[in-house]
Ligand binder design. Sequence first.
Ligand code: G3H
Ligand code: 13P
Ligand code: ZN
Length: 314
Amino acid sequence: MKYTELGLINTDKMFQNAIMGNYAIPAFNIYNMETFQAVLNAAKISNSPIILGISESALKYMTAEMLIGMIRGANITPDMQIALHLDHGTSFDACRHAIELGFSSVMIDASKLSFDENVKTTKQVVDFAHKHNVSVESELGTLSGIEDENTFSTESSYTNPSDVEHFVKQTGTDSLAIAIGTSHGAFKRTSATQELRFDILSEITKRLPKFPLVLHGASSIPEHLVNTINEYGGNISGALGIPATQLRRATEMNICKINVDSDLRLAFTAAVRKSLAENPNNFNPREFLSAAHTAMTDVCLNGIKNIMGSENKR
Ligand code: G3H
Ligand code: 13P
Ligand code: ZN
């Protein structure tokens, strides 16, 4: 199916506007009805453009039929500025499948391959995607943490600024995810003073002026959510995210897409744990899932208003 039939748009105009306006488009990962409704609700309340990130494992979990059925059921229109994006696509076939399903944007993450293989695979995806007017994100450098249920990287390597111009020119990619010290999951930093590598980001923006850059692993890991989880029986001590101040600084340096998954996972889990603990006689899932919906909407709204700066940008 063509994504326009679902009322979706690709990310081209979104990113141009974000670059010019020094803000970022939020990309929230979704994997069921509650996450989808919470993200959609926040986008509506805040008038923000939004990217719905779907990982390969989330697609497997939901099934393509359920995902596309949900998207169709939401009656999305182009003025809502919503993109459906494959997050961390691992192969050309995964990207092609997503495009054929109705995705308006895909990420080909060939960053673990050699530079030349990364160029080759990314270009293959770009050539196919552009025939369908679908935007392509690719990656240079490696983030540590969980990227997919099958992929866990303990190694991280910063993006080498001297590679970026060649890569963008050779591949025709529409945006580039870079590694400047973020990582996936809830344990991003070992000390509260640790900073992102703004020196690397600055070198990259000098070489790629006005080119859309993407920050993965950019959850802030709100302390109150971690505390709630731990208070109600969880154990995720030591979790530390990227401070909002650093993320805002990045949006002024061509970071125009910020990926957030873990913050929503924390909000979901904290709300369910609290609701069940406070209502031990409840066995109606709609009650604790409503609490999760509210908590995730709050996380999205906080990100949109206080970090990405995308409120009222559509
Ligand atoms: O960056 C990756 C996301 O956090 C997706 O994770 O494959 O468990 O859905 P997932
Ligand atoms: P977090 O784990 O920081 O939420 O990162 C999500 C992400 O990068 C999805 O691609
Ligand atoms: Zn990611």
